[in-house]
Design a protein. Structure first.
Length: 186
């Protein structure tokens, strides 16, 4: 495809030369010219590193009702054991549960940044997905505009043929009227 054709297509579809388009618009014009489907594999690598997969897993488990229920059960068992075993000398963390508070603080200090890492990664994937959706929608809109232009061209050509046919019929009718008037002497 020549550069002139590329610029003309960009001007026709987006009203600007190819060089003035942003990256997404250029990619859409290139896909239209290549007549290839959009590639959804542009999204982030699903595998990721061990640490990103771990962060996603921690966020998935730590943000579930199963985790909340299990964690609440563990807390009640911890507190129950230490309250009822206190008189027998078996309590390892007597009331006010200082060791439990330390463990909860440590868990919160570690879990929060890990969940934030997972959310940042998901936000990056969401941005790429939104960009891909925008490109697909833009391409669909531009392709519809091209189809509409082709339909308009076909309709115009059809109307021109109909006008020519009507003009020919009118000319034949005029000739017939002129001939009939001449026969009648009018």
């Amino acid at each position: 495809m020549t550069r002139q054709h590329l610029d003309q297509l960009a001007i026709d579809l987006l009203g600007r030369p190819y060089d003035e388009l942003n990256d997404v618009q250029k990619r859409v014009i290139d896909l239209i010219l290549a007549e290839q489907p959009s590639d959804p594999r542009m999204l982030l690598d699903e595998e990721g590193t061990f640490w990103t997969r771990l962060a996603d897993r921690v966020a998935a488990v730590g943000g579930s009702w199963g985790f909340i229920g299990g964690f609440a059960l563990a807390l009640f068992l911890w507190m129950g054991w230490n309250v009822f075993a206190r008189g027998r000398g078996l309590a390892f963390d007597p009331y006010p549960f200082i060791f439990l508070n330390l463990l909860l603080s440590t868990l919160a200090a570690i879990q929060a940044p890990v969940i934030m890492m997972s959310q940042n990664r998901q936000a990056a994937k969401d941005r790429l997905t939104a960009e891909h959706d925008y490109a697909v929608n833009l391409r669909a809109e531009l392709e519809i505009m091209r189809v509409m232009d082709k339909l308009d061209d076909l309709r115009s050509a059809e109307l021109m043929v109909l006008c020519r046919e009507h003009a020919e019929r009118l000319a034949l009718l005029q000739d017939e009227v002129t001939r009939l008037r001449a026969e009648r002497g009018v």
